[in-house]
Design a protein around this ligand. Structure first.
Ligand code: 13P
Ligand code: SF4
Length: 314
């Protein structure tokens, strides 16, 4: 039976009360709904949230994001309870890179140094040498041993962007992509640029190359946010998941942010996995102590090694 909140319950007040009684910290990704971002203790990109999870002294981590992000928090805190509002909140990048197929792919590239994007399962991380996020992927690849070829997984677009920035030639990409970022429409983006000639275009490196070619700035969600806050320009076309607009509007209410549209007729582009989480589900997971992220200890120990290496290298 689907659990629901009692009628009339003040979700925000209850979440605040539960936060204190559980000694919990709420971590939320920029792609979460605005009401979730507003009750979170930390809102950030994948790297900032992993760093916050590594440092927290809270007893319970409530992770508002997708499964691999909560899993990352658990890998860094095997002894703590990690709750997430919806266990089904997956990620197309992670789902399209199953560990058995990844293992077979690695067998075709013996001796390669394996750099894996954090948008992956614990089992895929356990097969990797180091993890990266979109904030640090270029710096991580630059530190990879120069005498070994690199396998980069699972996002081919991020891999290609990193390759262009670092000049590393010997990189083989796992052919994965994000179901959200791969469907931005170049044609509609160009139309928007014509309608708003003063606007700067900011984009996430998970987008296709032909879309990134129109961007004034490419970076992680945090990088994009910092860029628009610091830029003297007043208008921005934002080519990433539309949840980021909440922080932009909150922190720079005098500026205009225009979401870039996908090629499916919608006005903006939302991640269906991220949007499975709601304020009510956040309240319920804290009230009921579930869903809880659990990992087999052996797998957790193996996957934590490349993840901790990333934090050391960051
Ligand atoms: P960031 O690391 O930039 O927050 O990206 C996470 C993500 O899932 C992008 O789709
Ligand atoms: Fe995964 Fe793409 Fe959603 Fe990010 S936006 S969580 S990469 S499906």
């Amino acid at each position: 039976m689907v659990s629901t909140a009692a009628p009339g319950v003040d979700l925000v007040a209850e979440i605040e009360r539960l936060k204190r009684s559980l000694k919990a910290v709420i971590l939320a990704h920029y792609y979460q709904e605005g009401d979730i971002q507003d009750v979170a203790d930390h809102v950030g990109d994948s790297l900032a949230l992993a760093q916050a999870a590594a440092k927290t002294t809270a007893d319970v981590i409530v992770f508002c994001g997708v499964h691999f992000m909560a899993e990352t928090a658990k890998l860094l805190n095997p002894g703590k309870t990690v709750l997430l509002p919806d266990l089904e909140a997956g990620c197309s990048l992670s789902d399209r890179c199953p560990p058995d197929r990844f293992k077979a792919f690695l067998a075709q590239h013996p001796g390669a140094f394996v750099v894996t994007y954090v948008n992956s399962s614990a089992a895929v991380k356990a097969l990797s040498d180091v993890i990266c996020t979109s904030s640090n992927a270029d710096r991580i690849v630059a530190r990879a041993p120069a005498d070994r070829p690199i396998v980069f997984a699972p996002d081919q677009h991020l891999g290609r962007w990193v390759q262009q920035r670092t000049g590393r030639k010997d990189m083989v990409m796992w052919p994965g992509s994000c179901m959200v970022h791969e469907i931005f429409s170049e044609k509609r983006l160009v139309q928007l640029k014509v309608e708003h000639p003063e606007a700067e275009v900011v984009a996430h490196p998970e987008c296709e190359e032909r879309v990134l070619a129109h961007a004034d700035y490419v970076g992680s969600t945090k990088g994009i946010l910092d860029y628009v806050l610091n830029s003297p320009k007043q208008q921005f076309i934002v080519v990433t998941e539309a949840g980021i607009l909440h922080q932009m509007q909150k922190r720079a209410p005098h500026k205009t942010f225009i979401p870039a549209p996908p090629d499916n007729g919608c006005a903006c582009n939302e991640c269906p996995h991220m949007k499975l989480n709601t304020l009510e589900k956040l309240y319920l997971c804290m009230r009921d102590g579930r869903p809880k992220l659990e990992l087999p200890p052996g797998l957790a120990a193996a996957a934590a090694v490349p993840l901790r290496r990333m934090l050391e290298w960051s």
